[in-house]
Design a protein. Structure first.
Length: 359
């Protein structure tokens, strides 16, 4: 991510009255509960009146449309509560956002203590409107604080920091919910270990995914639950130059590989069916990222089945692996007609972040 969010560590002394207690017998801290959460969800503590006023800004921050989808689906669902509803479900969530309206500071103080709200007031005075606290109520957890002197300034501050706020939520999700996706132990992950042994690179297999394709130049796993189908695949080529990371090259290579390996049902008229890229109806998005330490191009768009009525979103990662002088591509696609696809595509993204090259 281009935007870097500075994580501010708050000392035990500062947070004594919040979430840590000091043993009367020693200086050790009472262990915090394990954080929990869901893929594609942010929980938010916000005053009811403030929420109504800031609702559109919150949507612009957290619920911007996922790129490459044929219909609107947001990056995150928001589950918000007021001060009276701040139960452990909210408090112990991985992805927690606390919206601080200084005009209503007494309500938040009753929940988190005056030391923290005094700190928020100090930061507002110094012109800061967004910061992060690690492991405030549970672990692992990164709590985003969005601050404003009143409802109007909160709207301004949310929009001013919207890229940082969304990036933090995505980073937190990748670090904390990947365990919900990768359920098997490394030693029990057959696909991962076979790929690492035979090809020198691999990603961890998402839960309930099974080997679906095995060939010399194309391998993958998929999961079928009713009408919902998700697949995650790997292919490679030698590194030859920077043109391999251009959008046109990536799509051309993708179409060639998928035409050879991902086919639809046989037709009576023998017309071939195969997966390709819809370059007409849905815009293709491409950007450079870092994937588990590797330089990569993330590409999002819409796949379709040539000569059949199947389609869905895809996300691919074209990864430069200098130690083996190869460009490896992870291809993830989803088919879920008339159903939400946000969590399905996010599962593929999270699994892709486990990509590694054998040392």
């Amino acid at each position: 991510m281009k935007n870097k969010v500075a994580l501010i560590a708050i000392s035990f002394t500062l947070l004594t009255g919040l979430s840590c207690k000091k043993s009367s017998q020693s200086s050790s801290l009472v262990a915090k509960p394990n954080a929990k959460g869901e893929i594609g969800k942010v929980v938010m503590l916000i005053n009811d009146e403030t929420y109504v006023h800031c609702k559109d800004a919150i949507k612009e921050v957290y619920q911007k449309p996922i790129e490459g989808m044929a219909a609107y689906e947001p990056y995150f669902r928001i589950n918000h509560c007021n001060e009276g509803g701040f139960t452990n479900y909210f408090k112990y969530n991985y992805n927690l956002c606390i919206v601080y309206d200084q005009e209503k500071s007494n309500k938040l103080t009753s929940l988190v203590g005056s030391k923290l709200t005094d700190l928020l007031d100090e930061k507002l005075t110094n012109g800061q409107s967004f910061f992060v606290v690690k492991d405030l109520f549970a672990t692992p957890q990164e709590v985003a604080f969005i601050m404003g002197q009143n409802k109007d300034s909160l709207v301004v501050n949310m929009l001013k920091n919207k890229d940082k706020i969304l990036d933090l939520a995505l980073q937190t999700e990748r670090k904390t919910t990947v365990e919900l996706v990768l359920r098997d132990k490394v030693e029990d992950d057959a696909f991962y270990n076979q790929m690492l042994k035979n090809y020198g690179y691999a990603f961890r297999t998402p839960g309930n995914f099974k080997r679906s394709v095995k060939s010399a130049d194309f391998n993958g796993v998929n999961r079928i639950i009713g009408e919902k189908r998700s697949g995650l695949y790997l292919y490679e080529e030698p590194y030859t130059g920077e043109e391999q990371f251009t959008k046109d090259y990536i799509i051309t290579k993708r179409n060639n590989m998928l035409r050879n390996h991902l086919h639809g049902p046989d037709r009576k008229d023998s017309i071939p069916t195969y997966v390709t890229t819809d370059t007409v109806n849905v815009e293709i998005y491409s950007k450079e990222i870092t994937l588990n330490g590797f330089r990569a191009i993330e590409t999002r768009g819409w796949w379709e089945m040539a000569n059949e009525f199947f389609a869905g979103p895809f996300v691919s990662y074209t990864i430069y692996c200098p130690t083996i002088n190869k460009v490896v591509t992870i291809e993830g696609n989803v088919f879920a007609p008339s159903k939400k696809k946000q969590d399905l595509i996010r599962t593929l993204e999270l699994a892709s972040t486990s990509f590694t090259v054998k040392q």
